[in-house]
Every structure is written in C-alpha cells, then in structure tokens.
Design a binder for this molecule. Structure first.
Ligand code: NAD
Ligand code: TYD
Length: 352
C-alpha cells in the first residue's frame, strides 16, 4: 500500500509514521511536511533510512506540488494530519490556521479526487481526515461527545478544523471521495511540543519554572496516549467505512489542576533530591484562555464495537513513560524550544 501521511514530522504524525513503517515493512510511507515550527525531522531519526519511508518537504496548500506527490509515488491512501494545532496560537493569530487547515485540506481533497478518478484503478482508496473532538465545542459537567454531537467550535483552531471536516464531508457526498473523519481527544506522549500542557508542565517543573494553570484549573480534558491514537488510525485506514466518522478516546478525564498536581507528585517520586520538591509549589494560576472550553469527553463506542479498537495503555503507565521520555530527551526538547518557541512563550505568558 502506498500511503501519503501529511504532517508526519509533527507530534502524532511522527508517532504514526514510526508505527506504520515498523508494522508494515512492505508498504511505502511518504511523509509530506512543511516543517513549520512544529515539525521536526529529528523525531523520525530512527526511521529515516528505512527503504519503506520517504520524506518530502512541502506545503499542503501548494496544489501542483501535492499533485506531483500523488503522481510520483502513486498514492493510494492518505492520512491527513498536517495542521496548525495549538489553540493559544490561534488566539494570537488565526490566519495560518485558515490557510493550512482549510485551504490545505481542500487542496489535498481535490488532488486526491482528480488523481484517483484519473487513475480509475481497482485499488482500495481512503482519505483519513484526522480531526479533533474540539469541533464539538464544550461540554458541561454531564454528557459525552458522540459522532452525532453538533458542531459548535469555539476557538479559531477548532473552527478551522470544523471547516476542513465540512469540506471532507462534502467531497464524499458530492464526489464520492472515500473520506473517513476521526475525532480524537487530547493526546499525550513522546515528541509532543512543550507548548501543550503535559510536556510544558514536565519541562518547567524539571527546571524549577512556574507551572501556568489557566483560570481555576477546573477545565477537564480526556487524555489518550498517542500510541493508542496510532493504532486507531491504523484500523480506520484499513477498515474504516467511507463517509463515516469515528470518535477516538479512552475515557480518561482529568481536571487540569489535578493532572498538573499528579505530574508534580510523579516528579517528586522520580527525583526526590531535586531542589524543586515539592514541585506543586511551582503552580501558578494565571489569566484564563479566552473562549476556554470547559470539558471534553469522548464516547468511543463506535470505533470499539465496529472496528474492535481498544486502547493498549493505562494512564498511569502512559504518563510515567512520558515523563521519563522527556527527562531522557532533554536535547530534543532544547532544540525544539529554541528561537521561534521562545518568542511565542514570551507572547503567550508574559502578560498573563
Ligand atoms: P503538530 O502541531 O505537532 O504537527 C503538525 C505538523 O504539520 C508539523 O509537522 C508541521 O510542520 C506540519 N504542517 C503544518 N502546516 C503545514 C503545511 N501547510 N503543509 C505541510 N505540513 C504542515 O500537531 P499534532 O498534535 O501532531 O496534530 C496532528 C493532527 O491531529 C492535527 O490535524 C490535529 O488537529 C489533530 N489532533 C491533535 C490532537 C492532539 O492532542 N495533539 C488531538 C486530536 C486531533
Ligand atoms: P492544550 O494542551 O493546549 O490542549 P487543548 O487546548 O487543545 O485542550 O491545553 C490542555 C488544557 O490545559 C486546556 O484546558 C488549557 C490548559 N492549559 C493550561 O492551563 N496552561 C497552559 O500553559 C496550557 C498550554 C494549557
């Protein structure tokens, strides 16, 4: 199978490329990534010389380039992850979100439609549109998101992802493009940029820096280990029904403040001699994020019952492995936190 993965140098993309290359040595995996501040080829060092893997640097908004990639590699399936992905950045400036997430998704859908209809082959094609649970908006204390929940995006990020999802749906309905959309909850694990909550808290705590908790810290997120997201995408790629959508999540809800305290406790145990013990003394409540969704929670019954997916990692084990990974990969962290990252950190946190 010849698979185009977009955004394969990002957090989930790099974990997915590794999963596919190791599990299916006879497949061809082409990773198309622009290498924005969020893309890092270092995250794929261990697979870069694998003959099943090819990297192409490029922008998914560049139609001629995307078409060339389809033709040159004979792309049969797409797993589309390339995106601007951070809510706080979308609040500071939304334009790049609209460009990449909406126009980029359109460019890929249109290129796939043209290429696959021109080829007219008997191969099974599928376009996996990797979306988020954030398109459903915010829950109160009760209830969960199902595939039938209405779209109510509240941030420029989630609105741009919603726009992409509507286009993907329209390409299935209008053109019969075999699109499958997934809505996953918050991921955590190795290779996540430390602008997102879990790695930010781990690294700041290790360095004795403040741990910024937005508002009262009572917002709830439903956490999934990234490797479990990859097994779900693998199943959707092979067995997902065109035109269907699948929610992905492990039913692992945490209030932000409880999660941050939990990470602090883990660090206290792992490095009892640190001058920053107890790490929880570093917690600072800071000004809330505008439009901050209160709670996300996923009902993953459909992917469990129809595709047989099960998460393979408990939260305790996943969180501990993640903390250890960041402690053992400080070099990677330092490199991704240089330059552009520091500028963003200053902009987002200095006046909170
Ligand atoms: P990320 O920000 O870590 O990585 C995004 C990747 O896309 C980077 O490698 C970047 O270089 C690339 N990219 C950005 N703009 C591009 C462009 N115009 N052309 C080509 N490449 C471009 O993101 P992530 O956390 O790995 O998320 C991947 C996907 O999964 C996104 O679509 C996101 O919306 C979705 N998602 C993420 C989560 C999460 O918790 N991280 C949860 C659910 C869904
Ligand atoms: P984040 O990792 O940015 O993911 P998302 O906004 O996509 O859910 O944030 C997770 C939660 O943590 C969210 O409720 C916002 C909160 N948060 C903080 O309290 N402090 C921080 O510094 C960050 C980055 C996030």
């Amino acid at each position: 199978m010849k698979i185009l993965v977009t955004g394969g140098a990002g957090f989930i993309g790099s974990n997915l490329v590794r999963h596919l290359v190791n599990k299916y040595p006879d497949y061809r995996i082409v990773n198309l990534d622009k290498l924005t501040y969020a893309g890092n080829l270092e995250s794929l060092r261990d697979v870069e010389s694998n003959p099943a893997y090819t990297f192409v640097r490029g922008d998914i908004c560049n139609g001629p380039l995307v078409t060339e990639v389809f033709e040159e590699y004979g792309v049969e399936c797409v797993i589309h992850l390339a995106a601007e992905s951070h809510v706080d950045r979308s609040i500071l400036s939304a334009e790049e979100f609209l460009r990449t997430n909406v126009l980029g998704t359109y460019t890929l859908l249109e290129s796939a439609r043209r290429y696959w209809s021109r080829k007219g082959s008997s191969k099974r094609h599928v376009f996996v549109n990797v979306s988020t649970d954030e398109v459903y908006g915010s829950l109160g204390t009760e209830g969960v998101f199902t595939e039938r929940s209405p779209y109510e995006p509240n941030s420029p990020y989630s609105a741009s992802k919603a726009g992409a999802d509507h286009l993907a749906r329209a390409y299935f309905k209008t053109h019969g493009l075999p699109v499958v959309t997934t809505h996953c909850s918050n991921n955590y694990g190795p290779f996540q940029l430390p602008e997102k909550l879990i790695p930010l808290v781990i690294l700041n705590a290790l360095e004795g820096k403040e741990l910024p908790v937005y508002g009262k810290g009572t917002n709830v997120r439903d956490w999934l280990y990234v490797k479990d997201h990859c097994t779900a995408l693998d199943l959707v790629l092979h067995r997902g029904m065109p035109g269907e959508t699948y929610n992905i999540g492990a039913g692992n809800e945490w209030r932000n403040i409880d999660l941050v305290k939990r990470i602090c406790r883990e660090l206290d145990e792992l490095i009892p001699d640190s001058p920053h013990v107890p790490h929880s003394s570093l917690i600072r409540f800071v000004k809330d994020r505008p439009g901050h969704d209160m709670r996300y929670a996923i009902d993953a019954t459909k992917i469990r019952s129809e595709l047989g997916w099960r998460p393979g990692h408990g939260f305790e084990e996943g969180l501990r492995d993640t903390i250890r990974w960041y402690m053992e990969n400080i070099e990677w962290c330092n490199r991704v936190r240089s330059g552009a990252y520091r500028e963003y950190y200053e902009k987002n946190y200095s006046r909170r």
